[in-house]
Design a protein around this ligand. Sequence first.
Ligand code: NDP
Length: 447
Amino acid sequence: MKYTTKQDFLNHVNNTFKFEDEFLQAVEEVVSSIWDTVQSNPEYLKYNILDRIVVPERAFIFRVPWIDDNNNVHVNLGYRIQFNSAIGPYKGGLRFHPSVNLGILKFLAFEQIFKNSLTGLSMGGGKGGSNFDPKGKTDTEIMRFCQSFMSELSKHIGSDTDVPAGDIGVGGREIGFMFGQYKRLKNEFTGVLTGKNTKWGGSLIRPEATGYGTVYFVDEMLKTRNESLKGKIATVSGSGNVAQFACEKLIEMGAKPVTLSDSSGFIYDRDGITQEKIDFVKELKSKRSARISEYAEKYNVEYFEGKRPWSIECDIALPCATQNELDIKDAKKLLDNGCFVVAEGANMPSTKDAVELFIDKKILFGPGKAANAGGVAVSGIEMSQNSTRMPLSREKVDSLLKEIMRHIHTTCVKYGSEKGGFINYVDGANIGGFVRVADSMIDQGIV
Ligand code: NDP
């Protein structure tokens, strides 16, 4: 089908996928970047890449029944979106959160296609999860839920087909329960999930990879302006996996993180968050699922109930919690306060108009599909360690992670540099990720 304008195409997508707001938001952003590239390449037009790339190869929705500790029966929805396998097996995390729905998982799976492509590794795009809320559940309830979820998911995944990982609400404990159930059902020990414990096939640096990678990406962006992380003040949102390790690396590289948040509010630690305080947060969040307000009580710092940290003065902002957590008002406040670097540790945390403002003001803005690709990159490295049955050292994985983040940055510069020298990382990441996938789709025929 031929579309005369970009809006024409977006109208068609909007009509086809009504009510999938986050997915439509993600499509609009990518299509805005790649439109000219597609129009100027007769092959992309001839093989109708645009129409094909916005439709998942398949998506599963299934029932997940489970029994709580008091013998009550519950049912949640389970999902897996297998979006695009042009460059490798589907790869992308599982999210357990009450907000999960088809539109959110499709947006995440769609983003994952281009992110995985940017890493240079062989991974297609996928995502999955459930509207199950792990908060307040006991370990045995979590185990029974994970086993039930995997009983169905196991029919659709495999180490050469689709390799899920963690995301919000899915950490090492959940991956362990799901891996155990997969092994029991299939009677095979393969790399079907990443984010595993290092004792049984996980990669060193995988838990740290997304947060560390985001900070490595920031470092690369800063170098383009002859700046470094030394002495910079950073606001960070979230207090889960990505936020914790982003803070850890910020400190190691000489910056000063001053905020952390959760869905209840944020803490502001003017003296700077230290490694000891991060260790407390790891225990607080990963083991006890407690509130970040406990940090404020323990260390006697300010706590802002129901607020986000973007009003705090900083040089660098790292949104590391969830989608659409930084809107236009937040963006204006950040800029007014002198912030000149924003890198997305989370997926699509900035709203469309916030992103447009950052680009308009020509700050260093690293979109999630580039800045947070370190997690999936090390997942790819975990897959290759599982295939060869040969674990790599911490130093080796960390140096591969750095190399991949540098490679992603170089790709963004190649495809996103504008006249006058400004680097539009959104265009750079979208076009750089797209070209490899589109060319591979053409090579493989109309499938
Ligand atoms: P975690 O579950 O470990 O932590 C999520 C954090 O975000 C928690 O602090 C949580 O607070 C907060 N949060 C969740 N939902 C909301 C909300 N609606 N409003 C405000 N805060 C919220 O997840 P991760 O750290 O793994 O993931 C964070 C982000 O990073 C997500 O966007 C994810 O997709 C992205 N990402 C993660 C990767 C990974 O390797 N883990 C890889 C690439 C991207 P609370 O405790 O109150 O729920």
